[in-house]
Design a binder for this molecule. Structure first.
Ligand code: UTP
Length: 294
């Protein structure tokens, strides 16, 4: 599977929930087992057939761009030692896709970060994938979103049922059913609502397939919640436009890890590591023993 759709990965947030680790390093570079979070996201994009990726970078940009570049002295060292296995690991991230970078300048919000992709994306639909939001590779999501986009010609967002008490941490969607299970029409969106004001417990998670109309809307979107230019506010405008193709949601019921949150980050590492052939066999009994003594 291969198509011309480009992906945009915003990675220019301040990552304040993860300070001090994110003082000199973007949170998207935090290792999840042995790969930075963002590499999982790039791999997910390539599995969905995307070959061109634009990463929106902020301060500490060098960390990120170096990771997707070659490191001749390290590669030479491993080659001389005959360590082909580690050499392949080092080279893997430079060979994944055609990766580009653009700076956000100031972190004025996710909507503002997405707008920075306009020149690179042009007049075409594109995917947005948050670099700290991991979708387990065993549970496909993006390919289904792209298929829905192609069928309906509309913006498609990913939704996940969350505990109503937690909806204030997300954008929330008001929805209507469609003729397909787990595909809904989005009638309204609100960023980080109080739980009593939330239209549902369907939370927006970090995968989007957007049409280029979103750029014009983002150009005039005023700062919203938290003083930031919110992508959710621009999508609400598309959802409310009865003349347009509207916004659809794919409800995701698989495994998702929010590595920008400390507790979820720890859980992600444990969940991914226990399933790994190289680590799981030793880790699983250790966890059982550890838990038994808690
Ligand atoms: P978050 O709200 O999770 O990121 O943004 P944050 O602001 O870095 O996190 P905390 O709350 O301070 O810990 C969601 C995504 O949007 C990107 C972030 O990098 C993250 O992938 N983002 C956010 C930008 O690229 N630019 C921004 O101005 C804001």
């Amino acid at each position: 599977m291969s198509h011309a759709m480009k992906a945009v990965i915003p990675a220019a947030g301040l990552g304040t929930r993860f300070l001090p680790a994110t003082k000199a390093m973007p949170k998207e570079m935090l290792p999840v087992v042995d790969k930075p979070a963002i590499q999982y996201v790039v791999e997910e994009a390539t599995r969905a057939g995307i070959e061109d990726i634009l990463i929106i970078i902020g301060r500490n940009k060098n960390n990120l761009s170096n990771h997707f570049d070659s490191v001749p002295e390290l590669e030479q060292n491993l080659r001389e030692k005959g360590d082909e296995e580690r050499l392949a690991k080092v080279q893997q991230s430079n060979e994944l896709a055609d990766i580009h970078f653009v700076r956000q300048g100031e972190p004025k919000g996710l909507g503002h970060a997405v707008l920075r992709a306009r020149a690179h994306v042009g007049d075409a639909s594109f995917a947005v994938m948050l670099g700290d939001d991991l979708i387990d590779e065993r549970d496909g999501l993006l390919a289904e979103m792209i298929a829905q986009h192609e069928r309906r010609g509309a913006t498609v967002i990913a939704l996940m049922e969350v505990d109503p008490e937690a909806i204030h941490l997300y954008g929330a969607a008001a929805v209507e059913p469609t003729d397909e299970p787990d595909v809904v029409r989005v009638t309204g969106l609100v960023e980080k609502p109080a739980s009593e004001d939330a239209p549902s417990n369907l939370a927006i998670i970090g995968r989007y397939v957007l049409t280029p109309e979103v750029f014009d809307i983002l150009e005039r979107t005023e700062p919203g919640k938290g003083g930031e230019i919110q992508l959710t506010d621009a999508l609400q405008e598309l959802a409310a436009d009865s003349a347009g193709p509207g916004v659809y949601g794919v409800i995701f019921r698989g495994r998702r890890y929010d590595t920008g949150d400390r507790l979820d980050y720890i859980k992600a590492i444990v969940q991914l590591a226990v399933d790994r052939e190289d680590l799981g066999p030793e880790l699983r009994p250790w966890i059982k023993d550890f838990a038994a003594n808690l």
